[in-house]
Design a binder for this molecule. Structure first.
Ligand SMILES: CC(C)(COP(=O)(O)OP(=O)(O)OC[C@H]1O[C@@H](n2cnc3c(N)ncnc32)[C@H](O)[C@@H]1OP(=O)(O)O)[C@@H](O)C(=O)NCCC(=O)NCCS
Length: 196
């Protein structure tokens, strides 16, 4: 699946190194109750639960820059990127996808910190939704949870058509955050019905 700047490919065990580079950053992983993956073995274990062979209903993608980006556009993207950024090596910049939560599938995503603030999450999610509706005809809704203080995530969801359906107060804990007891917003997007 391609967007104007990105390529989304099915997450597979070959993506472990890129997955670990993203999930080993405590700042990027701070909104997840799982927390950062400290070792590559942590990442292997976490990633294997998301692979389609272990979770048949999962629809998970690894995200890369398109390999055919014009040189000038690539240069612009790479200009301020740190030396170890996957933007420089055209490596994996994020992952996104859904898994089967009961009764409604749930969306999750994370990007390498060096790729934040460039519109990549919004671009990837718009494309992901199209594929999700096409590949999962049995579902008409997709949900996502975000901490209200995770403004980047809230904005991505709203820009892609999710609406807030519930606010849960202090019902999950992130020990490294202040305060550790966190609120959650449940967002939902619904399949657009074709006009009659
Ligand atoms: C949340 C995340 C995916 C956003 O990715 P991104 O590629 O930077 O998002 P975009 O560039 O598409 O930004 C979408 C909007 O959010 C805004 N935004 C991004 N990060 C922001 C932040 N930290 N604070 C406020 N607004 C922010 C952007 O400015 C943009 O708004 P605009 O269109 O009005 O300019 C990324 O920060 C990330 O991976 N965070 C860690 C993992 C995570 O939080 N996952 C979601 C858990 S619910």
């Amino acid at each position: 699946m391609q967007t104007s700047r990105l390529e989304l490919v099915r997450l597979s065990s070959g993506h472990l190194e890129g997955f670990h580079a993203i999930w080993s950053n405590p700042h990027a992983a701070r909104w997840s109750s799982r927390g950062p993956c400290k070792t590559i073995e942590d990442s292997r274990e976490w990633m294997s639960a998301l692979l389609v062979e272990n979770s048949p209903m999962a629809e998970k993608y690894a995200i890369f820059l398109r390999s055919d980006l014009p040189a000038s556009e690539l240069e612009e993207i790479q200009r301020d990127a740190p030396d170890d950024s996957p933007l420089r090596t055209c490596g994996m910049i994020g992952s996104m996808g859904s898994w089967s939560a009961d009764p409604v599938p749930e969306l999750g995503y994370i990007f390498h910190q060096s790729a934040w603030g460039r519109g990549f999450a919004t671009e990837a999610l718009s494309a992901f939704l199209q594929v999700f509706w096409a590949n999962k005809p049995q579902f008409d809704t997709l949900e996502a949870y975000s901490d209200p203080e995770n403004m980047g995530s809230v904005k991505v969801l709203v820009k892609c058509g999710f609406i807030e359906v519930e606010r849960q107060s202090g019902n999950y804990e992130l020990p490294w955050m202040t305060p550790p007891k966190r609120d959650l917003i449940r967002f939902r997007v619904t399949r657009k019905q074709p006009p009659n």
